[in-house]
Design a protein around this ligand. Sequence first.
Ligand SMILES: *Cc1c(COP(=O)(O)O)cnc(C)c1O
Length: 391
Amino acid sequence: MDDWAPETKLVHAGVRRSQYGELSEAIFLTQGFVYDNAEQAEARFIKAGPDEFIYARYGNPTVRMFEDRMAAIEGTEDAFATASGMAAVNGALTSLVKAGDHVVAARALFGSCLYILDLLGRFGVEVTLVDGTDLAAWRGAVREGTKAVFLESVSNPTLEVIDLKSVAEIAHKVGATVIVDNVFATPVFSRAVELGADVVVYSATKHIDGGGRVLGGIICGTKDYIRKVVEPYVKHTGGAMSPFNAWVMLKGMETMGLRVRQQAATAQMVAEALSGHAGVERTIFPGLPGHAQHKIAMEQMGAGGTVIAVDIAGGQAGAFRFLNALKLVKISNNLGDAKSIVTHPATTTHQRLPAEQKAALGITPGLVRLSIGIEDAGDILADLKQALAKV
Ligand SMILES: *Cc1c(COP(=O)(O)O)cnc(C)c1O
């Protein structure tokens, strides 16, 4: 299995078959497991083997299949599945730190990730935020005793790309754990572990499900970190993934390579067509040569990703006219979905941020985030163009 190509692992890795030999992965919708005798129950609570389960908050066969498949595709020793992407970010960070520790994080983060960093501060963890694209800022902030660095490899929604290899080198000099929220890079284009990430976290809600059905998250890392640090924290605080959701994710993974490659190809075409288009002030897409970190993005992911940020002329009024004129592209806030989706971050996902912080992060009133789906590329572009004509 180890020498299978990623496309093969996406379909087959981690499969556990029951005595019935079912072809498709089974959903084990059970919270508990029956023991043959009291001695077996006792033994299992002392130490459960890889195919021994106790309680679904601790682990479940369907969930374990998803964890093993994600570890195989990400190139880590192990993985732990969680109820949502935020349970994964929280689990990865909070399980590792204690009062008095120091964490350095990139400032351009998803709003809920910023909330977790604020929360750590409430419990006595010192958090330093830096401009993630500025290596001198990382060097200045990381110090002896820094426990972890946290970043989104491609930031939501302004698509800043962080130089993972260089940041990991800076962090590893002081022994800090590098935790990467890799949602926008997707597991398909990820080289995070090879570039130095110790822990890779995904919201599985996005490209892994790919159909906008269920919430989920995953933390990928070494066996020691996953089983000794993350597992006790998540299993006792209740962030476990539902077996049904794990099954949806497993089936999502089977088609993820096909979907994400198609979405990225369409996103590249759409970004090229939109840049310089009347009605668009700025097109931000890591796949465009004009993007500030284009070279890093290509080395790190080999593609620009599936999300484009566009600054629409006319500020918020222009952006709203654009959103309201779209017919095919849906106004919603998922991303990585089979359906193309448009979001206005300043008034929705990033509404909570104060105006100065929005400005510092480049979340302008005209900014819209476009998540490219798997529809026909021509249909997507035609819809965007007819809506831009109304701006
Ligand atoms: C969506 C998202 C999350 C949170 O994931 P949920 O599954 O919604 O909890 C975290 N980080 C990034 C970058 C995201 O896009």
